[in-house]
Design a binder for this molecule. Structure first.
Ligand code: DLL
Length: 433
């Protein structure tokens, strides 16, 4: 089933027309209602009527996270405060949080895109959806909640954490779908075994996982340990929250809801727009949002877009799994390293668990990388020789993928801190110095 066949399966030229019209209206709205944008557009000599087609998007300025910070908290809002019905904020890793606002119509649109997303994962009103994303300023919990209600599913608003209770409700309420971060899903898979819960007693069949990068290898592990199909959902607070894009049953990239969010891929260094298929930074323009519309918002997420038709029948472009964020990229002795590369290598090996930590330090002016890896119980034997062999094999596999020598430290199962939300995969001690 397709939730909104009209918009999800539109011919591309018809979609471009719709986007152009919505873009025109949006530029007009921000020009007259957001001083920040009016100044920016005036500086560039752009009048509201100048932008009429989606091809002209490239003439507009970028918006960055710094712009949001500079206008903290409500400076980019395009509506009076009495029209704002919800506020969310993302804490971010550095500095002040970024605040986002929603009008009533924005909440309706958000529910719609999440309903479309859940429908892609086969969720219907017959499902029982356990929402284990955090509820609060984070958009994950409430965002998925409203969409699941719109679909008509029975929603369990358990929020994040409290793993015992999660397992108990999975079993007692017969949840058929769970929404949480992939790292937490991996932990739930382990916890099932620890709590000696027989998987055949669960009705779980789908997982809606996102909010952090995760690899195909991680997907395979989660699908196996929970006995489900795992779907990738993407989004960011600034654009709306979860539901910017979502994987369909073909699991071949996430369809972007382009009738609301126009994606572009740019070269992060030059800002030039790149063609479909090329790796670069993802940029979004929101064309229907009322409270806080954004023009060409730089996400810092690195991925590719593909416009060829998907077997599911949807014509919306698909974005690949994110490689990571440009600000997650570590530069170690001049070599670029993404935590997702490490994850791929580790999880390709059956001896390791999906929990790992990269510790970067600097000794005698030289960067060092230690990778802590949890080893499956049965391999964490006392046979030092065997463990040493495993350690060396992991080291060799990492070296050939990363092009860099890392020190591998095997740790006992359960050692690395489990996260109930977004996992922390990197400790960079260089920043502390
Ligand atoms: O993480 C919204 C969300 C909630 C998405 C629940 C999916 C599910 P923020 O806290 O603002 O919003 O963080 C946004 O998280 O720029 C990406 O770097 C990362 N991210 C989100 N989804 C994915 C994903 C939510 N599926 C930032 N794959 C984004 C990789 C993701 N990274």
């Amino acid at each position: 089933m397709i939730w909104n066949e009209y918009h999800e399966c539109m011919e591309r030229d018809q979609l471009a027309e719709l986007q152009g019209e919505r873009l025109r209206q949006m530029v007009e709205r921000v020009y007259f209602n957001v001083p920040f944008y009016r100044n920016k557009l005036q500086e560039m000599g752009i009048e509201p009527g100048d932008i009429r087609t989606v091809d002209e998007l490239q003439n507009l300025p970028f918006t960055t996270k710094q712009d949001l910070r500079d206008n903290y908290p409500f400076g980019l809002f395009a509506v009076p405060q009495q029209d704002v019905v919800r506020l969310h904020a993302s804490s971010g890793t550095t500095g002040k949080s970024t605040v986002v606002g929603y009008t009533h119509n924005d909440i309706m649109m958000w529910s719609e895109v999440v309903a479309r997303s859940l429908t892609m994962a086969g969720i219907t009103k017959s499902d029982i959806v356990q929402v284990a994303y955090g509820y609060g300023l984070f958009t994950g919990g409430l965002g998925v909640h409203y969409g699941a209600e719109k679909v008509g599913a029975s929603v369990i608003p358990i929020s994040g954490g409290n793993t015992r209770k999660q397992l108990q409700l999975l079993e007692d309420f017969g949840s058929t779908a769970i929404a949480c971060t992939p790292s937490y899903a991996a932990y739930l898979g382990e916890a099932l075994i620890e709590e000696k819960i027989d998987r055949s007693r669960l009705k779980l069949r789908a997982g809606i996982f996102g909010a952090e990068p995760w690899t195909e290898e991680m997907r395979a592990q989660i699908e196996k340990s929970l006995g489900i199909k795992a779907y990738d959902i993407y989004g960011l607070s600034e654009v709306i929250g979860p539901g910017v894009s979502m994987e369909c049953g073909c699991q071949n990239g996430m369809h972007v809801f382009e009738d609301h969010f126009i994606p572009e891929i740019i070269n992060p260094e030059t800002g030039a727009v790149l063609p479909y298929g090329e790796l670069g930074e993802l940029v979004f323009t929101t064309v229907t949002k009322e409270a806080m519309p954004l023009i060409r918002y730089r996400t810092r997420d690195l991925t590719r877009l593909h416009a060829d038709r998907c077997d599911c029948g949807r014509t919306l472009v698909r974005m690949e799994k994110c490689v990571g964020r440009s600000d997650d990229m570590l530069i170690i002795r001049g070599v670029n390293v993404f935590p997702s590369q490490v994850e791929s290598v580790l999880l390709e090996m059956s001896e390791t668990r999906p929990h790992y930590l990269l510790v970067v330090s600097r000794e005698n002016n030289l960067d060092t990388l230690e990778i802590q890896v949890e080893v499956e119980d049965q391999f964490f034997s006392d046979e030092v020789k065997e463990l040493e062999g495993l350690r060396k094999r992991i080291g060799a596999n990492l070296a050939s993928t990363l092009g860099l020598h890392a020190t591998v430290r095997l740790v006992e199962p359960g050692t690395i801190e489990r996260s109930m939300g977004k996992a922390q995969r990197v400790i960079d001690n260089r920043k502390l110095k």
